[in-house]
Design a protein around this ligand. Structure first.
Ligand code: MF3
Ligand code: CO
Ligand code: CO
Length: 252
């Protein structure tokens, strides 16, 4: 497959938008219930219930054998953390909850990292930096921009904050499937890479680390952690390119 994202037709927008809103609303629902003592399996149950209530399906469940409806990535886990009954949130933790919902054949993908109780200054810093990295990426998307512009903007924010950007994983095209081309790198050089056109849809989901950006996958085949064990944070939106900017389909 060419490294080009699908282009969404005007008449498809409302359907795609609805899927994005389901993911955003389910994420907001989970966010309101996070507290010390909650298990990541509880989060999985809430995502299943809330997604079903909205007439949608969790896209991640069964995806290449992924056993859960949501990814829950805590502290040094970068992404693709698997919910577990014996993993309890504790005061001081940070946790990314990544929700992908399918409605009417369209997928919306969004995540946020939450602080549980009183977190350290450096934990708060990596979370705030990751949030600002996503904003920086979203702000440069428009018809005629290059994918490298996004990476450059995101990386600059991370660097100025003394943080790093994960290279091993990135964003992706999205629409009638959860994962489509292109690969969306969160580092890059301005004016390079794919030229964006109105109607292209993809995710922006920078993973930001306090230490080195190197990652490895645990023996479970899914959980991605930092090699140095330092903490990592991530935020994700699904966007569609428009003539003047982009529409964020997963705004909460
Ligand atoms: N929602 C994740 C992403 O942002 C997808 C993870 S695939 C899974 O791309 F199988 F781990 F769920
Ligand atoms: Co996601
Ligand atoms: Co994604």
């Amino acid at each position: 497959m060419a490294n080009v994202p699908p282009r969404i037709a005007e008449r498809e927008f409302p359907h795609f938008r609805r899927a994005g809103q389901v993911a955003a609303q389910t994420l907001a629902h989970v966010a309101s219930r996070l507290a010390p003592g909650v298990s990541t399996a509880d989060i999985d149950a809430w995502v299943r219930e809330d997604t079903a209530r909205r007439g949608a399906r969790p896209s991640q469940l069964g995806y290449h054998g992924f056993p859960a409806a949501v990814c829950t990535s805590r502290n040094q886990v970068v992404c693709h953390g698997m919910p577990r009954a014996d993993e309890l949130l504790r005061d001081g933790d940070i946790i990314n909850v990544d929700v992908t919902s399918e409605l009417g054949g369209w997928h919306g993908d969004t995540s946020a990292t939450f602080c549980i109780g009183d977190v350290s200054d450096e934990a708060r810093h990596v979370v705030e930096t990751a949030r600002r990295c996503l904003e920086a990426g979203v702000s440069v998307v428009r018809h005629g921009a290059h994918l490298g512009d996004l990476g450059a903007a995101i990386h600059a924010v991370a660097r100025e904050a003394g943080c790093e950007i994960v290279r091993d994983w990135g964003g992706h095209g999205i629409g009638r499937q959860m994962h489509l081309p292109p690969h969306v790198a969160h580092v890059g050089r301005k004016g390079t890479g794919l030229k964006l056109k109105a109607g292209m849809a993809f995710t922006i989901e920078p993973m930001v680390t306090l230490g080195a950006p190197d990652t490895r996958v645990l023996a479970d085949g899914w959980t991605v952690v930092t090699v140095d064990g330092r903490w990592s944070a991530q935020f994700e939106h699904t966007v569609v390119v428009t003539a003047t900017g982009c529409e964020v389909l997963t705004l909460r």
